[in-house]
Design a protein around this ligand. Sequence first.
Ligand SMILES: [Fe+2]
Ligand SMILES: [Fe+2]
Length: 405
Amino acid sequence: MKKERFSSSIGLGSAADEPNSLQPADHNVQPRWQDVIKRRSFLQGISLAGATVTADVLLGKQLRAETTHSSRRLSKNDAALLRFAAAAELIEADLWQQYNELGGAQGGNPAYIAALSNLDGDMPQYIADNTDDELSHAAFLNSYLISRDAEPVDLDAFRNLPSSQATGAKNIGRLTNLLNLNVDLSWYRRYRSVQNTDFGVHFKGPFTISHQPAIPLNDADTPPDTIIPSASPQTPGSSFTGDAARMQAIANTAGLHFAFIEQGGSSLYPTLAFKAKDPEVLRILVSIGGVEIDHFGLWHDKSGNAVSQPLALITDPVTGLTFPDLNATNSELDQTNLILPEPCEFIDKVLPKCSVIRPTTTHNGGAVATIKAFTDDLLFLGQSPEFFTFVNRLAVEADSVPGGF
Ligand SMILES: [Fe+2]
Ligand SMILES: [Fe+2]
């Protein structure tokens, strides 16, 4: 209360804007504030009332700078960067919403939630939060584009892909297809290697996930009331059978797919940011990009639980896919708890190795590379030629902006 009274007495809107030396516990704050004012040469010789108004004007100007943004029309190039980012976020939001409907904290498929929880008890919450993040990214980017007199991105015409028929999923048209994925796992060894894909090195994943669902297909395939054992040394994944094994394999695929998606975002945003000219566009790309990296770090950790004991060695009874125990090889390229990036070649091989996001070249991590990776993932399986034309045009426009590497 004391803080609020003080704030209003000097015309400030927020306690957060108060000078650090004036804490709520201070007694006689008004006299001390007068002392501060007296010490300031630019305010010397004017009355307290005048000083209050002057300070208010100065601080108000600062506040406005923090709460308003440029209204100048975005350049064509900066708009192209944000338009591709908006498209990528709409795609991300669409796939995360599907995961969230079935397996999020408010998700509707108990068996899928139980299987995801074998990867980590907090998986449903993380899925819900990641979904919120992507929705916020997409909404922000499009609103920002409009605010800078640039065209937003609308993919609604392409929301025609089928939903899961399983309990929990809404029966609505989708942009993305999670029912039959090829999950590229090359990121797994890329981040454990001292080599860098930007120097032309190609990585292979530690195993292959092809044509595997990452969400339940329907209740006949995976009944939502299937009892999923809690994975433990006594009930390892290798002992799972029938519907429980099928559902757990689907959840394991999801766990690895989460990391695949978010490592893509971790590389995409730097490649876009390098090209930004407008400081606010740079701020947006770096700030959202940081959250994509945060997502990747989280999912990288959780995905390791799908390929280590006790959950490893489960076999999907429908597709035959077995999730290996990646710790069994005793190789640092596979070890599941090595989730922080290994220092690698960067900029020039003569320089010391450095722990960095990679790739960050336009060719390897840019917009076109992102759409290609999503396409190879079969995330767009069933999409129309018009969809590919549209998103590839946005990608080429973003990658064609000068700058970057
Ligand atoms: Fe995002
Ligand atoms: Fe993301």
